[in-house]
Design a protein around this ligand. Structure first.
Ligand code: CO8
Length: 262
């Protein structure tokens, strides 16, 4: 498939490699329109279905991961068209269906829908130039792709209210301190750092990586009792995999594991 609003590449040289998606509407600071979101959804699904891909990295440009949903498009809506159309449902939730780990590599602006997209990823790695925010209130609206829900879960109510109500931006250091971001690196090292994290994941067992992601998401999205139960079931299930045999045998025999992803 050819894409107009994203660049798609495969990185790494092992049997299991990394799917790299670069958001590419530079003139609009990667504002997220239907065309881009449809292509992002298609690329994510294709990588998820590809047995040769272990993890996926989404990145933007030096100036912007994404400056939000396309305001030119949003401005054309009234209540009825917004409510009855597929605004938001259309490929904004696709990323939640992806079972392989997705890493956001964020430089520059991650605002509105851009911040929400980063928060839908499993790991967020920031360049020291990154700026996060939910400035929708300045447009007379509120975050609409999970921002009012995921931001408080990620950084707590106090800071989330501050960002959502005042529209101020949070730099990379504050975002890391608050828990939105797991690592900060100099901007010129951002992609290498994200690809390195993906490569580390690619070297691991296949089923255990999927199970780990599923369990952590349970902690984030559901209650403790359900989460513990899901974790226990998947923990037990992994003893039926070849990767568990290989991982433990390799440890006990002091050698590197060679996972079969099975
Ligand atoms: N939509 C459309 N175009 C944009 C957007 C955007 N979100 N952001 C920037 N652009 C365009 C600008 O219009 C400009 O275009 P042009 O050169 O043709 O005039 C170009 O990108 C460069 O932008 P600026 O000249 O403004 O660059 P600056 O460096 O001066 O400022 C900022 C950068 C601070 C990022 C500024 O562009 C800005 O404030 N952008 C808007 C940020 C924003 O409000 N985002 C939230 C949007 S609403 C949203 O995301 C709701 C999500 C809901 C879920 C999804 C539903 C579909």
């Amino acid at each position: 498939m050819s894409y107009e609003n994203i660049l798609v590449d495969v990185r790494g040289d092992g049997a299991v490699r990394t799917g790299l998606i670069t958001l590419n509407r530079p003139k609009a600071l990667n504002a997220l329109n239907d065309g881009l979101m449809d292509e992002l959804g298609a690329a994510l699904k294709a990588f998820d279905a590809d047995a040769g891909i272990g993890a996926i990295v989404i990145t933007g440009s030096e100036k912007a991961f994404a400056a939000g949903a396309d305001i030119g498009v949003l401005a054309q809506h009234d209540f009825v068209s917004a409510y009855t159309s597929d605004l938001i449902t259309r490929n904004w939730e696709t990323i939640r269906t992806i079972r392989k780990p997705v890493i956001a590599a964020v430089a520059g602006f991650a605002l509105g829908g851009g911040c929400e997209l980063a928060m839908m990823c499993d790991i967020v790695i920031a360049a020291d130039t990154a700026k996060f925010g939910q400035p929708e209130i300045k447009l007379g609206i509120i975050p609409g792709a999970g921002g009012t829900q995921r931001l408080p879960r990620a950084i707590g109510k106090a800071k989330a209210m501050d960002l959502v109500l005042t529209a101020r931006m949070m730099d990379a250091v504050e975002a890391e301190r608050a828990g939105l971001v797991s690592r900060i690196v100099p901007a010129d090292k951002l992609l290498d750092e994200a690809l390195g994290a993906a490569a580390a994941i690619n070297a691991l067992g296949g089923p255990s990586v999927l199970a780990a992601k599923e369990c952590v998401n349970r902690a984030y999205e559901g209650g403790l009792n359900d989460g513990i139960l899901v974790e226990r079931r998947l923990f037990h299930a992994l003893f039926g995999t070849a990767d568990q045999k290989e991982g433990m045998d390799a440890f006990l025999n002091k050698r590197k594991p060679a996972f079969k992803r099975a």
